[in-house]
Design a binder for this molecule. Structure first.
Ligand SMILES: [Zn+2]
Ligand SMILES: [Zn+2]
Length: 444
């Protein structure tokens, strides 16, 4: 049995398949996040928590699995997400369920379900968790990916949009990644309807110059044509009527107020009249965050968001103005790595416990526990037997002291305390070791 196992480990995956033992890999587009990545993920998470605390946002966690109709109704049937990318299936009881492709709809659902409108408004929420989209895997995009986001529910004033944009910007800015903001307004139900009509007429006149994809989309969702990345559609897009010219007075005033705040704060932003975002629920302000030098590149946005005043009422709640943004964690972690962000050092340890022999290891484990309970930061390598590799490990960790237990010390009930810098050693009663170490470390 053991021999067989060893033989298997020495074979390539292909050879193993030949022998009928298929090596199982993670699903396509899904990724393990190993410690080398976790270091950067922790930077991302810590920054999110710090921002949430400063700006007074509270954490919400919603299930990864929801009724599928939640996303059909909120994100919109004509979107790529709902049409092609949702993990959707029938639960054992026949309910049509979906793995969440994003979290804003879930938060709006929770807002209604728990009567959060009864609490003082606005509700300031943040979340962090896995999302699922069955996209074509390409570099930096995963089917099981993580997002964090901030949402303000129950506030219509432009300052809410500004706080959301500020958070989205500050996240990258404060982690040392130069970014800029692209911003647009897509109006409200009334002024957008007028604009869509105008836009449809314009694109109809240009039909022969459009790509196949846009020709199809023209009937159902002409605003999505502004999003097209095909070369042949670019000149048509450039001359398309701009929504800013069609905004109604309240929408125009709202947008101007947002821009004035951004000027006041000195944030770097660019107006982008073809920015419409992919989801149906947005109204008025929409924005995206780009790394400096990547503005406008296809699918290069690091994150984005906007106002979604209709979402809560679409899901059956009372009319609730709201806005928010989401950033992808994988993109954030790799951007921070590229930016050469220096990782914080691992926590310094106070002592290293080394042991020689099985008897000594038993004493060492107990001493390890006693040190830890006394507030001493203690390192070990219980898996090595020789003293030298253990002391080398202690050296590497730059601990000031090592506690050494050999066979003689087991018999005498003692432990050696070694000053790692001078090499001086003293022998103390094992029951007094914790107290001695604390004294040396000035912990007591
Ligand atoms: Zn309007
Ligand atoms: Zn096109």
């Amino acid at each position: 049995m053991e021999e067989k196992q060893e033989a298997l480990e020495n074979q390539s995956g292909e050879e193993q398949i030949k022998k009928g033992v298929r090596i199982i890999q993670a699903l396509r587009g899904m990724k393990d996040i190993l410690p080398a990545d976790q270091k950067y993920w922790k930077l991302v998470f810590d920054k999110v928590v710090a921002l949430a605390s400063h700006y007074g946002f509270e954490r919400y966690e919603t299930p990864v699995l929801e009724e599928a109709s939640l996303f059909n109704r909120s994100i919109g049937k004509d979107t790529d997400i709902v049409e092609k990318e949702m993990y959707i299936f029938e639960d054992l009881d026949g309910t049509k369920v979906a793995l969440r492709p994003e979290a804003t709809a879930s938060l709006a659902r929770a807002y209604i379900q728990h009567g959060l409108w009864n609490q003082p408004q606005p509700i300031k929420a943040w979340y962090w968790g896995p999302m699922f989209r069955h996209e074509r895997p390409q570099s930096g995009r995963y089917r099981n990916f993580y997002q964090f986001g901030f949402e303000i529910l129950g506030e219509a004033a432009p300052i809410a949009d500004v706080i959301i944009i500020l958070l989205a910007y500050n996240f990258y800015h404060e982690l040392g990644v130069p970014v800029s903001i692209q911003i647009n307004s897509i109006g409200c139900v009334e002024c957008r309807a007028k604009y869509v009509e105008e836009l449809t007429q314009y694109f109809r006149g240009q039909r022969s110059h459009l790509c196949e994809f846009c020709k199809k989309r023209l009937q159902r969702n002409p605003m999505r044509l502004l999003d097209c990345k095909e070369e042949q559609c670019q000149p048509v897009k450039q001359n398309a009527p701009q929504i800013l010219d069609s905004l109604c007075d309240p929408c125009r005033e709202h947008f101007m107020a947002v821009l004035e705040y951004l000027d006041e704060l000195g944030l770097p932003y660019f107006l982008n009249h073809s920015l419409v975002r992919g989801l149906d629920y947005y109204t008025r302000t929409v924005f995206e965050i780009y790394a400096a030098g990547e503005e406008g590149a296809s699918q290069a946005a690091l994150g984005g968001g906007g106002r979604y005043d209709l979402l809560v009422s679409t899901l059956g709640g009372r009319p609730t103005p709201a806005c928010g943004f989401a950033h992808g964690v994988e993109r954030a972690a790799s951007k921070i790595r590229e930016a050469g962000r220096v990782l914080p050092l691992d926590e310094k340890k106070d002592v290293f416990i080394a042991q020689l022999g099985e008897q000594a290891r038993r004493k060492a484990v107990v001493l390890f526990e006693n040190c830890r309970k006394a507030g001493i930061k203690v390192a070990e390598n219980f898996y090595k037997n020789g003293l030298r590799p253990q002391l080398e490990a202690a050296d590497k960790l730059q601990v000031p002291y090592a506690l050494i237990i050999g066979q003689k010390e087991v018999q005498d009930g003692t432990v050696i305390i070694r000053d790692m810098e001078s090499g001086n050693q003293e022998i103390v009663d094992i029951n007094k070791a914790v107290g001695e170490v604390k004294k040396k470390l000035f912990l007591s």
